[in-house]
Design a binder for this molecule. Sequence first.
Ligand SMILES: Nc1ncnc2c1ncn2[C@@H]1O[C@H](COP(=O)(O)OP(=O)(O)OP(=O)(O)O)[C@@H](O)[C@H]1O
Ligand SMILES: [Mg+2]
Length: 257
Amino acid sequence: MNSGEIIISVKELTKVYDIGEVKVHALRGVNMNIQDGEFVAIMGHSGSGKSTLMNIIGCLDLPTSGEYLLDGVNVKEMSKDQLARLRNRKIGFVFQTFNLLARTSALENVELPLLYNPDLQAKERKEKAMNALEMVGLVDWQHHYPNQLSGGQQQRIAIARSLVNDPVIILADEPTGNLDTRTSFEVMEIFQELNSRGITIALVTHEADISQFAARNVIFRDGRIIKEKLVTGIKNARVELEALPKEEDIFDSNLSI
Ligand SMILES: Nc1ncnc2c1ncn2[C@@H]1O[C@H](COP(=O)(O)OP(=O)(O)OP(=O)(O)O)[C@@H](O)[C@H]1O
Ligand SMILES: [Mg+2]
């Protein structure tokens, strides 16, 4: 689903990290648009600037120069408070290391972004969080703590948390980096499902097979986009999951060695 409306627009974006005597040019003039309903995978070698771009798009950091419009709003013109609100209401984040609060139940973790919204009552918060848990198939796990959940389940909780505010875009930085193939595909199945419901997703990945679940690939090198392509024959995560060897089969073949 893709309405054609541009929700992320960056122009000639640069980012220089000034660490003492050294200046690191993390972004060297990036131009990129993301349309409403798109599913984009951002790829490139380590250090090429992917996370730097995600942090700027996510309003966690500001560019050194260039322009960034989020949903038509020029981010440069916002105060710190406005930025924080924009970030909380418009962006959902998913990280490689899940970033869940340890001594907090799955449900409470998902409710967290809503605590910043004073207009919401506890009942509404819970309702929204339960809806988000439902979308990732983990309603039955709402009372579990992160250490009682598998890596894949923790990431699904993190995805539910990213969803709970109805963001305009979900930014996922290497969301499958800590997961095995099957669990990665399960996470991609959720992203594809969310995207089919109209949620825009930008995902960073090192893995070529993961990038094929997105509709567009953008490839970075040394702080620049060097290549962009539409994915022909986008892979369906559910189909790929079914094609993976079953655990029992792997076990059997190991035993027979
Ligand atoms: N906070 C920071 N302070 C100084 N330099 C930084 C900072 N964050 C990133 N850099 C540098 O900016 C460049 C781009 O880093 P970035 O994290 O965006 O790369 P990446 O493409 O996400 O890499 P990876 O695939 O390893 O996550 C690198 O040279 C990195 O060392
Ligand atoms: Mg990174």
